[in-house]
Design a protein. Sequence first.
Length: 126
Amino acid sequence: MDYLLKTEPSVYSFADLEREKSTIWDGVTNPTAVKHLRAMKPGDHLVVYHTGDEKSAVGTASVVAIDGSDTKSPEVKIKVGKEIRKPKTLAEIKANKLFVESPLVRQGRLSVVPLTAAQLAWIVSD
């Protein structure tokens, strides 16, 4: 499965992940988003999405490990992938038929969103 992770770039940006190479993705509290974190497996592909003024998918990452010992707040170790050469804006995502049923557009405040293989391929395409 593939996922999109939302982050406020002033708090933690894709540039921060590039600099650090890896990080623990934690602090997620929404029950649905936590469920998605618990479902992650090492090797899953991730898209890092900047919220706030940017509202765009800006980079990729992958899941390295999951510590689910705290069921209310699992910690997912992720490693940096690549910057998306042509970031996809929220407006572009909403206009694409691939996302009609996606929680990304249907549940806008959800911070961890599953992606289909087709959605991931489109987001990272040039």
